[in-house]
Structure formats: C-alpha cells, structure tokens
Design a protein around this ligand. Structure first.
Ligand code: ADP
Ligand code: MG
Length: 500
C-alpha cells in the first residue's frame, strides 16, 4: 500500500471515529443525565409549560380572562372576538373559545380541524391554566381560562401558540446537518491530504526522481531545500551527497585529464632530446662527423642532451614521488643565514660567468634557526634561481636574497630584475608543466616542473610559497620556513615532521 493511500485511509478513519465518538458521547451524556432518550423534547415542553406565551399574548390573555370573569357573555360577540384574534395574529398566536362542547370561535391560523379534540377538559377551579399539547408532530403551548356564561353554561377561552417542536426541527435539519458534516469530513480530508502530500509525498517524489537522475549519471541539478522538517533534512542530506558526488566526479575527471596531460607532456618533453640524440648518432654512423673535432662536437652534444634527458626524468620522478607523498623529509634545525651563504657561494661562480650578480639584501640575526630538510630547501632555491637567471633581460643582471622573520616564520625572498611574469600567468606558475610562454619552451628549456616541485617541498615543510612580479621590472619569489624556537607552541606541526 502506498503512503498516499495509507494517509488517506488514516485521515478518513480518524475523522469517522471522532465523529462517532462525538455522537456516542452526546447520546450517552443525555441518557446519563436524564435517563431517557426523549429528554430533549421534554426539556422543551417543560420550558414552554412554565413560560408558554410571550408578553403581548399574555396581556391579551389577561384582558380576555378579565372579560370572562366580569362579563362572560361578551365572549360570544363575534366582532369582539375577531378583534382580539386579529391582535393575537399579529404576534403569531390564535384564539379559541368554546361553550360546553361547541366551538364558539377558532382562529383561522391553526388549520387544525381536530383542535377541539386535543384541548383539555373543563377545570372550573382553573388549577392549571398553562400547558402544552401536540397534535401529531405539531406542538402547541396555550393559556386557558374556564368560566360560566351567565346562563350557567361552561365556557373556556384559549390563547394558543404553535411552537416548533425540537423533534421536528431536528428532523428537518438532520439531512442538512448530515450533508454539512459529510461535506466537512470530505473537505477536511482533502485539505489534510493535500497538505501532507505537498510536504511529504512531493519531496519524496522529487528525491526519487533525483536518485534516478544520479543513477543515469546526471548530477547537474539541485534539490529544493525550502522545507525545514525531517523531509527537508533528508533532502538536504541528499543534496549534500549529490554535491559531494559531483565534486568527486569532477575531481576524478580532472585527475583523468591531468593524467592524460601528464603523459602527453612527458612524451613530448622526452621526444625532443631523444630525437636530437638519434639525429647526431645517425650523423656519426653515416660518417658526417669525419674529423676528430666534429666527432668531439657531436659526442658533446649527445652528452648534453642525455644530461637534459636525465634531469627531466629525475624531475619527473621527484615530482611524482612528492605528489604521492612518498619522499621522506629529514628535518633538522638549520641556521638559515650560513646555509644561504653557502648556497650563494656555490652559485656565485656559475652565475658570474653569465654576468649575473648574486648577493644579499636584507638579513636577520645570523643564529636564527629554522626547521628544514636541507637538501630539499636547496633544491627549491636552485629551481627558483634557475628561473631567475633564465628570464634576465637587463644590462645589469642581479639576483638578491633577503630574509625577514617574525616570531614563528622566516620568510626568504629571491628577487631578480628580469622580465617579470605577466599578471594572467601569476596564478598558474606553481602548476606542473605550466610555462608562461609555451613558445619560449625551447629557448629556455624548462620542463615546467621547477616551481611545482618547489611548492611541494615548501608545503611539505608546512610553509607557503608565493610570487610577486612586476612585468618589465622583475620578480620576487617568497617562501616561508618555520622557526626552530618558534614562540606560541606553533612548531608542534614541524616537530612532528622531525619524527620521520
Ligand atoms: N623569475 C621569473 N621570471 C619570469 N618568469 C618566471 C620566473 N620564474 C618563473 N617564471 C615563469 O613560471 C613558469 C614556470 O616555472 P617553472 O615551474 O620553473 O618551469 P620552467 O622553468 O621549466 O619553465 C616559467 O615557465 C616562467 O614562465
Ligand atoms: Mg624552472
């Protein structure tokens, strides 16, 4: 059975049961308090017995009573009786006069030929002057006065008013009430049903629809999250799941894309030196290198291409191992100034040959220690300096190292006065295989892995790396290393690395 049908049945059931309960209770209370099912009717009877006539009727009745006492014969005067009857009729009552068993006067209002038969007999003591009676289903209240005409005959004067009896009213109204009640049940049912359908079934439906879409592999939709009830929460959880799934699919596709790109980049970058090597070896084999000098030159070229190839493979290997977090870091406490001094000394000679001056800018206390894997930080520095010297275009070529420190971090800056990096390339230079100018690839000869490796290394230290560049004026590369005696206990992260 569907939830829809269950809900519909349960609502209908609840309404029917509560209505039954209501009727049963009403009946039971009536029986319990009065002991009789006819008590409603009796209740009305008693009420009218005590108070059968309205004030106007009562005053006319008193006038008639006065006449009956003082000049009873006037109650045979047709004209006078008609006058009284007219007055009574205006307040919807009627007059009835009898003499012995004869009817002297009867209002036309009653249309009851049997009226006389239902009226009470003579009671000349007038013990009970107000009462009720009914003819069939019609219900009357009256005030009566018995008297003697002057000739001794018995007479009665009745002021009668028809009441709408409770039973009749109920009988007449019952079908309407029933229709109203059934109508109420149906409308209440429809409203409740629609309300629940809207808040439960519809969201469930839309969720099922989304689940089907997900099954089909379509994740580009979003669920309506307006409701805050349990269904809404379920919807939200579902929506979160969809987002996650979408993200992971996107990530997987991205990974796939990256992998393809990596393979195509690798094969492209490997092909160039291999083609060159092949060309020169063929030259030698074909006897093109016919002099010892030429032979020497060819072999040197082959050697340098092989070195390039070796380096490229090396870089690729390192990069992929860093990417897979397979390279262990050996952290130590290093005095940063002497360490960089050594690096500068090492680079000095090679750079000087290219007319590049390398030196210190701003420096910090010589005994400041950082937590670092010396080999890897050196690698980072070399990669950065290599870029700096590749993109030199000024007469005066300089590379300047600066240090700054705060309680937790030491920032290393390597600044060159080269070409600078175009602003649109700045966000990408740390991506693998990214080169700002692809066309320059051959002349500058980079793999596009240098800064990607640098970033892996610095992030492995828990630090960060970034660039600031002014096209035409030069580039500054920054990276941070954690201080060994960092204040504020922030070195716990780096200390963990020491355990490697
Ligand atoms: N100092 C610099 N001056 C100008 N451009 C730079 C500098 N450093 C990096 N770049 C740009 O960033 C790109 C990525 O650098 P890198 O990852 O080392 O790859 P590669 O050096 O192999 O090209 C370079 O191709 C270059 O366009
Ligand atoms: Mg480089």
């Amino acid at each position: 059975m569907s939830i829809r049908l269950k809900l519909l049945l349960s609502y209908t059931g609840m309404l029917v049961i509560s209505l039954l309960m209501f009727f049963l209770t009403a009946v039971l209370i009536t029986i319990a308090t009065t002991g009789d099912l006819h008590s409603f009717r009796d209740f009305y009877k008693v009420h009218y017995q005590l108070n059968p006539l309205t004030e106007e009727e009562e005053s006319i009745f008193l006038e008639l009573k006065y006449l009956a006492k003082n000049s009873p014969d006037e109650l045979q005067d047709e004209q006078l009786l008609k006058d009284y009857d007219f007055q009574l009729r205006t307040v919807r009552a009627g007059l009835f006069i009898r003499r012995e068993s004869n009817q002297v006067f009867a209002s036309e209002t009653f249309h009851q030929p049997d009226l006389a038969k239902h009226l009470p007999g003579y009671d000349l003591n007038n013990n009970q002057i107000r009462n009720t009676f009914n003819i069939g289903e019609r219900f009357y209240a009256y005030a009566k006065f018995d008297f003697h005409y002057t000739d001794g005959a018995k007479g009665s004067v009745f002021v009668i008013r028809e009441r709408s009896p409770f039973a009749e009213v109920t009988r007449r109204l019952l079908p309407i009430l029933l229709i109203l009640l059934i109508g109420f049940i149906v409308i209440a049912n429809i409203l409740l049903y629609r309300w629940i359908t809207r808040s439960v079934i519809k969201p469930l439906d839309s969720m099922r629809h989304s689940a089907e879409q997900i099954k089909e592999g379509n994740l580009d939709f979003s669920l309506d999250l307006s409701s805050k009830d349990e269904i809404g929460q379920l919807n939200e959880a579902f929506e979160n799941m969809r987002k996650r799934l979408q993200e992971s699919v996107a990530l997987r596709l991205q990974d796939e894309e990256n992998r393809k790109e990596l393979i195509s980049n690798i094969s492209h970058d490997l092909r160039t030196p291999i083609t060159n090597i092949k060309g020169y070896i063929e030259g030698i084999r074909d006897g093109v290198a016919d002099t010892p000098e030429k032979m020497d030159k060819y072999v040197n070229i082959i050697y340098s291409k092989a070195v390039d190839l070796d380096r490229l493979v090396d870089e690729l290997f390192l990069y992929s191992k860093l990417d897979l977090k397979q390279v262990p870091f050996t952290f130590e406490h290093v005095e940063i100034v002497p360490f960089l001094d050594d690096c500068i000394d090492e680079l000095h000679y090679a750079l000087e040959k290219k007319g590049i001056e390398i030196g210190w800018g701003e420096r910090i206390d010589a005994d400041t220690k950082v937590i670092a894997d010396v080999e890897k930080v050196k690698r980072t520095l070399l990669n950065i300096v290599e870029n700096a010297q590749k993109f030199m275009d000024k007469e005066n070529k300089t590379i300047q190292l600066s240090l700054q420190s705060d309680p937790q971090w030491v920032t290393v800056e390597i600044r060159d006065n080269g070409t600078g990096i175009p602003p649109e390339a700045v966000p990408h230079i740390f991506e693998r295989f990214y080169r700002a100018e692809q066309s320059r690839n051959s002349s500058t000869g980079g793999s596009g892995l240098g800064l990607a490796i640098a970033r892996q290394i610095i992030e492995g230290h828990g630090g960060s790396i970034w660039v600031e560049s002014e096209p035409g004026a030069g580039t500054s590369l920054f990276f941070t290393l954690k201080r060994a005696n960092a204040q504020g206990g922030a070195d716990s992260h780096a200390d963990n690395h020491l355990d490697h």
